[in-house]
Design a protein. Sequence first.
Length: 470
Amino acid sequence: MTPARTRRLTLVGSVLGASVVALDGTVLTVAQPSLRRDLDASLAAVQWTSTAYLVTVAALLVFAGRLGDRFGHRRVFAIGAIGFGATSAGLGLAPGIGWVIGLRVLQGVAGALLQPATLGLLRAVYPAELLARPIAWRTSAIGLSAAAGPLVGGALTAQLGWRSVFFLTVVPAVVAGVSALLVRLPAATEAASVPAPGSGLDLPGAGLLGGALAALVFTLAEVPEHGPSPTVWLGLAAATALGTAFLRHERRTRHPLLPSAVLRAPTVAPALGVLLTASAALFGTLFLVTYFLQDVLALDPLACALRALPLALAMVVAAPASATLSRRHGPRRTVVAGMSSLTLGALLASGFRPDTSALVTSAAFLLLGAGFGAVMATATTAVVRAAPLGAAGVAGGLQQTAMNIGPALGVATATTLAADRPPAEALTPTLLALAAVAATGTILATRLPAAHRPAAPAPAPAPALRDAER
């Protein structure tokens, strides 16, 4: 198989895999009311169909990335994609709410295997100087899928019922998995995946980090419904204790879950901070603006989704454009410009009033989408490029973790600041605070390199592989 064909197949699989996960996250939200009525489930049980998935994914992302580094991203991606499709089919046939929640946990396992590998595969087959473009296309696909989710999910649920939204992702997920199985990675990539003698997976570290992240995401998911309740404080305490134990363990173990080559890369920490603050600011803003559009402007869900459509269109355009901008002007200027656009979008949205025109709301959504698309593509490229080839999965897991925690943090922040006030009263002070979060990301972006640095070198092949090659 030629290198060009390998890259095309890999890009198709990566884009499909990332799109399936993004689409699944938004179509389910629209279908949940119908699911609740059909299965005669409580509101708390229906909420767990989302929470169970989010907590499982958050707990396993980094460890799943390490599995890809150890056993090969192609295999891990295929298992995750086919598993995602299989659980989607099972969800479409689920007889009760208990089955739905249990299958969502299994789908979370598959999603955790799938997501870091979408980046690990791209890092494996694309030279460093060509990596920005495929990651940008992946970002565009995520934005398009997330925007299409409410529209497609609403239409399917209205015509065919809630089960149809799960069947929607079966075929794309299986196609993504099969396309990965058809790929043969370069020899250097396979060598990087061969474990060194005596190396391990650091299962204790994986357990501690997974527990800390699961407790954190569960706690953030509880805030919108219950506020700063005793359960929330207990969850924060558990996340802090487990996180502290994880850091101590990593300093002492011979084979840490997070390789020092990733943690010491000067680009990784600021890029992850940018992704966290950008996603928190965006999703917190969208959460409150959605209530404003529906409760104050009296738009129905479909009209609300159409009003927000400029965000998705801007994101689809901005992501590939950012690859060109980053090549010409460097990651730092590109991300600073993107975070500035995101900040301006939140500031403009903070001034929404009942008589605000559609032109003004569209301008705010355009600024938010353009900024987030550029930031997500460029900062993700910075994280993946900075990792050695043999740690690309861990880098992808860290990137996905930031992108999972950020939205939960943003929604929890918006809920806490808005409290019990009506959306019209809560909008301005809350979005000003979220704009400050985005501005913090702008400051972090100044720590990114002014120009692309050379990609981290791949580790030398393990002795056993060198002997076999001879």
